[in-house]
Design a protein around this ligand. Structure first.
Ligand code: OVM
Length: 399
């Protein structure tokens, strides 16, 4: 091309209350505005299309993570906590950290956890499937990962609620310094202390995944403090993501009874159904990258040192990629959804997340004849996570 194409601009704020309540119409507007859009309000770039989100995630050299994967640019402002050795790192450092954590979350490790995870889901769902009304957020979507994940990591029973407070804070801090961000970091000194304290080897039960991180990290040459930082990644990313994955699954199934009927008829669909939930209502909506050099994306050249917002949840509904993207359809092939990201930073815990999703959906298919709302769901607003605070449900029983 001889002439430079004009840059698409938008005044949308992807972190405003309205946007967070219902992002989907604005996602469509951003996708249609251009492959890459300049968000004037923040002086950043954004892409809401599947091909460009994937392309950026596929090129970690040009779209780096070490300057932070939120809006803040670590090259210009001090991060609010020491950067993650995993999430906020580039190769070759990232590669070493990833090797340690991936070893702990291997397919073999998941096979060892499967029976326990399935039994816990079965027991928990059976206890709720008696026709009474319950709030599915605290009583299932929160309770299940709080038990199985924390047990697997080897955390003590006392103080586990700190995991929820901490994750909510971490995911809010990927956004701009809006009210969600500032409130999140304001009064959480004791939560941060509890988390950092429980990253230490002495606090983690022998045989658990946390202890195994310490063993594997030492073998890779990491210091005990660095090993603790890798456990911090577990405690940051392991709970709230699955809480809202499960909550969003329950919401989708309550709102699409025909789809739950399909799942109930064939419980083997549980894994595919959970993947479709992650496509349709991605718990992690966005991540940022930072350009390391001038780089072309979707026909636009983004200069070096720029923040680029990747709207994962918008890519998951891009009609250029998906047929009837706004239809929740557990029969579709949702593989290729980018709710777990893509490339070298793709969710390292995704096998565990899928195990949890499959276990809970299988238990629902087994124990419930129907999933019915019993009051309006209430949204939890977060700069990064999409999920609910409250979800009043009733599980009807097979007659
Ligand atoms: C980390 C971390 C924190 C939040 C999310 C995440 C989705 C990772 O501390 O490494 O991945």
């Amino acid at each position: 091309m001889t002439a430079t194409a004009p840059v698409a601009v938008s005044d949308l704020d992807p972190f405003s209350t309205d946007f967070l309540h219902n992002p989907y119409p604005a996602h469509a507007a951003l996708r249609d505005a251009g492959a890459v859009v300049r968000l004037e309000r923040y002086g950043i770039w954004a892409t809401a299309r599947h091909a460009e989100v994937r392309a950026a995630l596929h090129d970690p050299e040009a779209f780096c993570s070490s300057a932070g994967v939120g809006m803040a640019d670590f090259r210009k402002e001090a991060p609010w906590r020491p950067p993650s050795l995993l999430l906020e790192a580039d190769p070759p450092e990232h590669t070493r950290a990833r090797r340690v954590v991936a070893g702990v979350l291997s397919a073999a490790a998941m096979r060892r956890l499967a029976d326990t995870f399935e039994a816990a889901a079965d027991e928990m769902v059976a206890g709720l499937a008696d026709g009474r009304t319950f709030d599915a957020m605290p009583e299932l979507a929160v309770r299940y990962p709080m038990r199985v994940f924390s047990d697997a990591v080897g955390l003590p029973s006392e103080g586990r609620e700190n995991l929820l407070h901490y994750a909510r804070m971490v995911f809010n801090t990927f956004g701009p310094r809006n009210e969600l961000f500032t409130t999140a970091i304001a009064e959480n000194a004791s939560t941060r202390e509890w988390i950092m304290d429980h990253c230490r080897q002495e606090k983690l039960a022998p045989g658990g995944m946390g202890a195994e991180i310490h063993t594997r990290a030492a073998a890779e040459g990491f210091t005990p403090d660095e090993a603790a930082m890798l456990v911090r990644s577990f405690l940051s990313a392991g709970i709230d993501t699955t809480v809202h994955g499960l909550g969003n699954a329950l919401l989708c199934l309550a709102q699409h009874p025909g789809q739950f009927a399909l799942l109930r008829a064939e419980p083997d669909r549980a894994r595919a159904a959970f993947e479709e939930v992650l496509r349709f209502e991605a718990p992690v909506q966005t991540f940022f990258r930072t350009t390391t050099r001038p780089v072309e994306l979707g026909g636009t050249t983004i200069p070096a040192g720029e923040k680029v917002l990747l709207l994962l949840a918008a890519a998951n509904r891009d009609p250029r990629q998906w047929e009837s993207p706004d239809t929740f359809d557990i029969s579709r092939r949702a593989t290729g959804q980018v709710g777990f990201g893509f490339g070298i930073h793709a969710c390292v815990g995704m096998a565990m997340a899928r195990l949890e999703g499959e276990a809970v959906l299988t238990a629902l298919a087994r124990h419930a004849a129907g999933i019915e709302h019993d009051g309006p769901p209430r949204r939890m607003l977060n700069n990064t996570l999409r999920g609910l605070e409250s979800l009043p449900l009733r599980l009807t029983t097979p007659s």
